[in-house]
Design a protein around this ligand. Structure first.
Ligand code: IMP
Length: 446
């Protein structure tokens, strides 16, 4: 029996898709547990790049079942398109299940997302969240208000019509909505086509656990975008933490065997909100260019900066990381020096090492205190080959020291390393660097 949870440890875009795809080789089920089309998990296959939004990477491997789980908000027209694109390219090799308890993301939610962010910008330009405008916040808000429409409801025309009628009655502030009847008809049609995939997914997963099969829970977004523990209000509207992955799949905490936190060797953020280690100078531009840092769902350029150990420590405690996957170390290859923020100084002079300030504004004004690490050489093709075959032993000493520093400071071993975009450019470090440490929470001395 094994349930592994994969969680983004920064602001999203940590290359979770790549790490989950690597781990999926040994899994039977891969479950997306939250978010919707706002996510973009990029995977570089030998046949070319795939960006998954509402499907888990389980659908890419034969013998593996990809589950779009109950914690998701699904935009069905886009989901159908995503399935069709993979089928057209011959890459839909696994199976698919869609939770009947997931919620439907409706055109009204997309309109409301834009309306809300424009309203914020009118009050103060700095208050706009810069959401993906895909309707995520309003869809989750309606779910919590019990105005939502579940995928199951789309398959019962009378339930769908009534729920939509009630929902529309709450949206008087939005003009020019497509008529509820038209929306109901279109949704019922798409849902009918997707019906063979739709079912209660939680009992299927429980049976799999009982049979001793391996499950991967693929979190989307990231800990620092969590509705409660992220940089509120500059967050998404779901819970992209390990606890959220359980609620979003229907799996009990007692079944989880490991929680892997994924972090880039540097940091990026897309959308508004505090980012203490952001580098708006030429080095930030270097990271953006070299790392190909553009939002996988929106194409927006990502803000770039340096590794932030305060955030990683915070994410590690929140999620109970048992190991870390550090990705994109190749992007930093060839730099003379690499800054890493070990703590912040707040405007009142206090220092922060472990726990993020509650106010986004305090975090925005936090001054990172950097340590500078010696850079490692470029990770060229021959070195990649050696890392692939020899693992830890082939790592350049400066890179090894960088990873050991992360493990020591966060209190969690570094077990996986991403050193290039391709599927095979991920390695499991044996032994993990910093192995022998305990889980993130028990390692905390705070
Ligand atoms: P929303 O999830 O569309 O409501 O956007 C809220 C915030 O989360 C914005 O700053 C988005 O840019 C950010 N966000 C949402 N999904 C992702 C993701 O998958 N990667 C990175 N940032 C994301």
């Amino acid at each position: 029996m094994s349930v592994t949870v994969v969680i983004g440890a920064q602001f999203g875009d940590e290359a979770k898709g790549k790490i989950t795809d690597y781990l999926a080789a040994n899994a039977r089920y891969v479950v997306r547990t939250g978010g919707g089309p706002n996510a973009g998990h990029s995977i570089h296959l030998p046949e070319g790049q795939v960006v998954l939004h509402q499907l888990s990477c389980g659908v890419l491997r034969s013998g593996t079942i990809g589950v779009s789980g109950p914690g998701m908000v699904l935009q069905l027209a886009k989901l159908e398109q995503e399935i069709a694109d993979l089928e057209r390219r011959g890459l839909f090799r696994g199976e698919l299940m869609i939770s009947d308890r997931a919620h439907a993301l409706l055109p009204v939610h997309e309109a409301e997302d834009a309306w809300e962010d424009e309203l914020r910008a009118r009050v103060s330009p700095a208050a706009a969240l810069g959401t993906t405008r895909m309707g995520i916040g309003p869809a989750y808000a309606d779910r919590a208000s019990r105005f939502g429409v579940r995928i199951a409801d789309l398959l019962r025309p009378a339930v769908l019509r009534e729920q939509l009628q009630i929902l529309y009655a709450t949206k008087g502030h939005l003009g020019n909505l497509p008529p509820a009847e038209t929306v109901a008809g279109e949704l019922a049609e798409i849902a009918g086509r997707l019906a063979p995939y739709v079912r209660p997914t939680e009992p299927v997963l429980w049976q799999a656990i009982a049979r001793g099969e391996r499950l991967l829970l693929e979190g989307a977004q990231s800990a620092l975008l969590d509705l409660d523990f992220g940089t509120y209000p500059f967050v998404t509207s779901s819970h992209p933490t390990s606890a959220g992955a359980l609620v979003g799949s229907g799996i009990a905490p007692t079944e989880v065997t490991e929680v892997i936190g994924v972090a880039k060797a540097y940091a990026t953020r897309v959308g508004s909100g505090p980012f203490p280690t952001e580098d708006t100078g030429p080095q930030g531009e270097f990271l953006r260019r070299t790392g190909g840092e553009r939002g996988a769902s929106t194409g927006r350029p990502r803000r770039c900066g340096w590794l932030d150990l305060v955030m990683l420590r915070y994410a590690a405690r929140l999620n109970g990381f048992t190991s870390l996957a550090i990705t994109k170390v190749d992007v930093l290859g060839g730099l003379d020096e690499i800054p890493v923020s070990n703590q912040y100084v707040l405007p009142d002079g206090t220092t922060v090492q472990e726990v993020l300030p509650t106010y986004a504004d305090d975090l925005a004004r936090a001054q990172p205190v950097y340590e500078r690490f010696e850079g490692w050489p470029e990770i060229h093709a021959r070195l990649k080959e050696r890392i692939h075959h020899e693992g830890v032993r082939a790592l350049p000493p400066a890179l090894r020291r960088y990873l050991e520093h992360i493990a020591a400071e966060v209190g969690v071993p570094v077990e996986y390393l991403g050193y290039g975009p391709q599927r095979e450019e991920t390695v499991r470090l044996e032994p993990a660097l910093g192995a022998g440490r305990r889980s993130a929470v028990s390692a905390w001395t705070g």
